[in-house]
Design a protein around this ligand. Structure first.
Ligand SMILES: Cc1ncc(COP(=O)(O)O)c(C=O)c1O
Length: 472
């Protein structure tokens, strides 16, 4: 077998670093660009990854605080994963899913179904999270067409949500600024409040907040009409919205309302799936709900290959099989659906999770949360929250009013810049910093990570004071 070439620290597999920066500025469009710099921007160049670390082009080693994009769950440079991709590509690099199949996709579907709650039994593979959400929604449309209810297609989504960057999945997004300059399928989406306890009205108890959210859901179903609503799509924990952990019991209530009104519950586990909360899926094992569909991506291959999918309830499939329209076709499929290399690496990744990584994540999560929580001592920090190995530090101008708006909006980016210098990559989100390290992180590494974050926030506080932006 050919050896996987061993890169030295800071070395990239492609062109030289200077070339890469220049080439990017001339030819590369980065995701989420601003009009003023679109197609002319270079971002921090990363050459190498190992365990929880990545190395930038200056040779600086950084803790990968966001695990890529919440995805490098078993860590960088896992030889087992590299080998299995090589082996699968040498055995069968691709087969058309239109009229052939491969063994890894079937084996993986069985294993994924084995971890899924309720009667979720079958997997449809996609290329990532957006296409997984898109697939779930198109399936809901098909399902209701076949059942003779073509008017039951509206989709419920919430403020603070992030579900993707394809047209329909992006139409569900509810984070500030996501849609300012973008179009969306507003005629098919109904928006509800974010279940964000930190941003609940002042003086309202958590129990009253939960009641408010549940009542709002029930009232919306009554107002719009259950016969017009096809699905609710929700992340168990809103990830890119700032690690919003919903109040206890809320998800169960929403699940029941959906069941009572024949609304399909789609649990978007693109982030929470594959170990982030210590389990393969959080819907059942952490939140006690059994959705009609679960979407997944990212951690399914620990980011080593672009793969996602939807797990679908046996009940829905059975209804379709027994319908009066056996010839109705679900006209949906992607060239890379059931990709053999993706499914093979996902199987190996699942082995690693089952063997030790899930148990490790469960063991270190309380320490991770407790250490992050100590950052609430800093006056710029309004709240530290999280669950499992995902956490968020939310900065506020003033703790009483929790006002993030008076504060320089780039406070997250400022913290990230200081942390980068100190050896930590942070995911900045307006006034927040989101942390979701590889699940293999040790207690000592958590100490390093939180120590750097503390120093990065302290330096940012100094800057803001000097600039007169903040008086804390
Ligand atoms: C909850 C959730 N759903 C869907 C997506 C979209 O996934 P992808 O970027 O793989 O298309 C994301 C991406 O961050 C996500 O966080």
């Amino acid at each position: 077998m050919a050896a996987v070439r061993d890169l030295k620290a800071g070395e990239t597999a492609g062109p030289g670093d200077d070339d890469a920066v220049e080439l990017a500025k001339r030819h590369l469009i980065q995701p989420w660009p601003y009009a003023g710099s679109v197609g002319s921007e270079a971002r921090a160049l990363i050459g190498k990854g190992d365990g929880i670390y990545i190395t930038d082009n200056t040779g600086k080693r950084l803790i990968d605080g966001p695990a890529g994009m919440w995805c490098v769950n078993v860590g960088h440079r896992r030889e087992e994963l590299a080998r299995v991709m090589y082996d699968q590509a040498m055995a069968l690099s691709y087969n058309t899913p239109w009229y052939t199949m491969n063994a890894p996709s079937a084996e993986l579907a069985k294993r994924i179904a084995g971890h899924a709650p309720g009667d979720l039994s079958h997997v449809f593979y996609t290329t990532g999270g957006s296409s997984a959400v898109e697939t779930a929604l198109r399936f809901m449309q098909f399902y209701n067409n076949v059942r003779g209810r073509p008017e039951k297609k509206l989709i419920l989504s919430r403020g603070g949500a992030y579900h993707g960057s394809t047209y329909l999945s992006a139409s569900l997004n509810g984070r500030p600024r996501d849609r300012d300059w973008m179009d969306g399928a507003d005629d098919v989406v109904v928006k509800l409040s974010s279940p964000d306890p930190f941003r609940r009205p002042q003086g309202m108890s958590l129990a009253a907040f939960t009641d408010f959210l549940v009542d709002q859901f029930r009232d919306t179903v009554a107002r719009v009409g259950a016969d017009r609503i096809g699905a609710f799509v929700g992340e168990p924990v809103q990830a890119s919205g700032g690690v919003v952990v919903p109040p206890d019991g809320y998800l169960k209530c929403i699940r029941e309302i959906c069941r009572d009104n024949d609304i399909l519950y789609v649990s978007d586990e693109v982030v929470t799936g594959f170990g982030r909360l210590g389990h393969v899926f959080a819907s059942g094992d952490v939140f006690g709900i059994d959705p009609d569909m679960i979407t997944f991506a990212k951690g399914v291959t620990s980011g080593y290959f672009p793969l996602g999918g939807v797990i679908i309830s046996e009940r829905l499939l059975e209804e379709l099989r027994r319908s009066n329209h056996p010839d109705a076709m679900f006209g949906h499929g992607l060239t890379y659906t059931s990709h053999p290399v993706g499914c093979a690496v996902a199987l190996k990744n699942l082995d690693l999770l089952e063997e030790s990584v899930l148990a490790h994540a469960q063991a270190v999560s309380p320490y991770f949360q407790a250490q992050l929580k100590t950052l609430e001592e800093l006056p710029l920090v309004g709240e530290v929250r999280g669950v499992g190995l995902m956490g968020c530090v939310e900065c506020v101008a003033d703790r009483e009013s929790k006002d993030p708006l008076q504060l320089d909006k780039n406070v997250g980016k400022r913290i990230d810049a200081h942390c980068h210098e100190l050896g930590l990559l942070v995911r900045p989100l307006i006034n927040m910093c989101v942390m979701s390290p590889p699940l293999i992180i040790t207690r000592e590494q958590i100490d390093d990570m939180v120590g750097i974050l503390r120093e990065g926030i302290s330096r940012t506080m100094d800057d803001l004071r000097k600039e007169g932006v903040w008086r804390g």
